[in-house]
Write a protein that binds this ligand. Structure first.
Ligand code: ATP
Length: 232
């Protein structure tokens, strides 16, 4: 599934956080979205997932105009948004969470697929999700994208605050998620080097505008460093 934002402007009250931003997530590819703090990365993902309505511009799924669709409608269309924390049902068990994420009739298979991807979840199927560690909850949230067979997965800083070994597990999982070519990713990630290593395309946002679009090896390392350092 191809996903596109076309000339999207969005914001909060007086604040314009995104200005005529255009971005394409081609079918089966990984797109990294970079930019300094406050550049508008989270805002772009919120617009993409239907959480924030754009002031102008369009959202397109396989060239179908889905502007104005609710989050639920976009999920139905194949999108899955995973944010840092809070992406699971905390009062349900791991098993119940996985069943909720599965497609109807695929509950058993969903459990097997999730446990295969994250063996640690298999040891905790009866545990209340909210009592798991941050890393385990993030694995469960990512398993959702996998077992629901989402076509486009939007990932907002999913490795934030996690131990390096868990971050490695998550990146290994992302490789697996895209391996069969039916899932594409739009990735906002603080581990820029890791994100660039799996990305096919890169976009750079600065103060709400897309200032670079290309392949990872076209990215000027100095410009990247000064963009990040300049804002911190
Ligand atoms: P970071 O890397 O720090 O998470 P970001 O690139 O994700 O930043 P956004 O969170 O999208 O940036 O924020 C873009 C701009 O919109 C910032 O100036 C921010 O202060 C503002 N903003 C974000 N959320 C809100 C809100 N709910 N109300 C008002 N302004 C907001």
């Amino acid at each position: 599934m191809r996903f596109e934002l076309r000339s999207v402007t969005a914001g909060y009250g007086e604040t314009v956080a995104l200005r005529e931003a255009s971005l394409v997530v081609p079918s089966g590819l990984v797109v990294a979205l970079l930019g300094p703090n406050g550049a508008g990365k989270t805002t772009l993902l919120r617009v993409a997932s239907g959480l924030l309505a754009p002031r102008s511009g369009q959202l397109l799924v396989d060239d179908r105009d889905v502007t104005g669709f609710s989050s639920a409608e976009l999920t139905q269309a194949g999108l899955c948004h995973v944010t840092e924390g809070r992406s699971v049902f905390p009062s349900l068990t791991v098993r119940e969470n996985l069943r909720m994420f599965a497609r109807p009739g695929e509950e058993r298979e969903a459990l097997d697929r999730a446990v295969d991807a994250f063996p640690r979840l298999g040891e905790r199927l009866s545990q209340i999700a909210g009592t798991m560690s941050g890393g385990e909850q993030q694995m469960l949230a990512l398993a959702r994208a996998y077992v629901s067979r989402a076509s486009v997965v939007l990932l907002d800083e999913v490795s934030m605050g996690l131990a390096p070994i868990v971050v490695d597990e998550i990146f290994a999982f992302l490789d697996r998620l895209v391996a069969d070519g039916s899932t594409s990713l739009l990735l906002v990630e603080q581990y820029v080097t890791k994100a660039l290593a799996i990305a096919d395309h890169v976009y750079m946002l600065d103060r709400g505008r897309i200032v670079f679009c290309g392949e990872p090896d076209e990215l000027d390392a100095d410009a990247l460093a000064s963009s990040y350092l300049g804002a911190s």
